[in-house]
Design a protein around this ligand. Structure first.
Ligand SMILES: CC(C)(COP(=O)(O)OP(=O)(O)OC[C@H]1O[C@@H](n2cnc3c(N)ncnc32)[C@H](O)[C@@H]1OP(=O)(O)O)[C@@H](O)C(=O)NCCC(=O)NCCS
Length: 333
């Protein structure tokens, strides 16, 4: 049997830089209320959301990604040509093929990296981060770019009072590269396909093409079932990620859960018994739920405002349609 040379990558991987892009248009609850019977007070108290951003026609999945990724590359101090892989996580790019990652890679001037899209809902960032870490350690990419990007306003039924207020648009990105010591912990991830009906697109593109239904497909969910799953099951996954990294809640500086609902965030903080000193991302208030973009957007904001700082130890957890989830402990760039 011929001997195959082992891969030669870095000993460890780290997040080197982060960038975000929020569309220019800020949409307050009042705009949502034009189409549904609800109130600003109800939306704020049930979800914690007061505003979200909606993308203009020019703020495409590609354009927002290039903005966010450009900032992440600048923040990391590397050149675009050094990037060996571009992973784009999204559920709201409406062209099946080619992957939007190749176009984004080209616009960034990256050369000829591996480039592909993944669909992992609101866990998309964690899935991408895990792949990127593997690539850096394996040596198949010295630097890998992970982008979470969504235009969920395109997938929202503004007349559905159970979802109309939840979603927003935006892009977040990180550069993952070599490290001398562990800076991205083991990922605790998985899927629960038996619950695939709890968050989904109302109808397939095929059904829509065939004229059934006439309404453009949108995201729909069993709000309470998802809420309970997030609160009970995801707190356990978050704890497992802490244990896997050998980090106690006391040692944690920052908690960046998927920005789905403020009540879910509050409940997780309680269940995990996070001490007062832990900074908790609450970006959902002004950004809404941006699915794959939510964690890197929240990370970028915490660092930009000084609420978190470089070198802080952060627990990140994403969860959503699939149902899927991914949690890990990282050192902030
Ligand atoms: C969507 C969500 C905010 C709804 O909150 P909730 O407390 O579960 O609300 P319910 O659906 O149980 O509805 C409670 C009541 O409010 C009403 N209601 C629903 N939407 C409303 C709205 N927009 N405005 C006012 N009332 C509303 C319901 O009709 C119901 O009334 P009833 O008690 O008279 O029947 C919440 O379920 C949620 O956040 N779920 C998880 C969402 C999520 O994170 N999804 C993505 C995961 S990645």
């Amino acid at each position: 049997m011929a001997k195959i040379k082992p891969s030669q990558g870095a000993a460890y991987a780290r997040i080197m830089g982060v960038g975000g892009y929020r569309p220019t248009r800020v949409v307050p609850n009042e705009v949502i209320l034009e189409k549904i019977d609800s109130s600003d007070e109800w939306i704020r108290s049930r979800s914690g959301i007061s505003t979200r951003h909606w993308a203009s026609p020019e703020e495409t999945v590609s354009a927002m990604s290039v903005e966010a990724a450009g900032k992440a590359i600048a923040d990391s101090g590397i050149r675009a040509e050094q990037i060996g892989a571009v992973i784009v996580s999204t559920v709201s790019h409406f062209k099946q093929t080619p992957a939007i990652a190749t176009e984004i890679a080209d616009k960034l001037g990256t050369g000829r990296p591996a480039a592909f899209d993944i669909s992992a809902g609101c866990a998309g960032f964690g899935y991408g981060l895990t792949l990127a870490k593997g690539m850096v350690i394996d040596g198949s990419a010295e630097y890998a770019l992970v982008i979470g990007v969504e235009r969920l306003s395109d997938l929202t039924d503004f007349e559905d009072r159970s979802t109309a207020f939840l979603f927003g648009d935006g892009a977040g990105a990180v550069v993952v590269g070599p490290a001398k010591e562990p800076a991205i912990g083991p990922t605790v991830w998985g899927s629960e396909g038996d619950k695939s009906e709890t968050i989904k697109q109302t109808d397939s593109w095929e059904a829509y093409r065939n004229g059934r239904p006439e309404k453009f497909p949108a995201l729909t969910q069993e709000g309470q079932a998802v809420f309970r799953w997030a609160v009970f099951e995801m707190a356990k996954v978050a704890q497992q990620a802490l244990d896997a990294a050998g980090i106690t809640a006391d040692e944690l500086d920052v908690f960046i859960p998927h920005q789905a609902n403020m009540r879910i965030i509050d409940s997780m903080v309680k269940t995990l018994k996070l001490p007062e000193h832990v900074t908790v991302a609450r970006d959902v208030e002004t950004t809404g739920n941006t699915s794959a973009a939510s964690i890197p957007l929240a990370m970028e904001r915490l660092l930009a405002t000084g609420e978190a700082k470089s070198g802080d130890t952060a627990l990140v957890i994403g969860f959503g349609a699939g149902l899927v989830y991914a949690a890990t402990v990282v050192t902030l760039p």
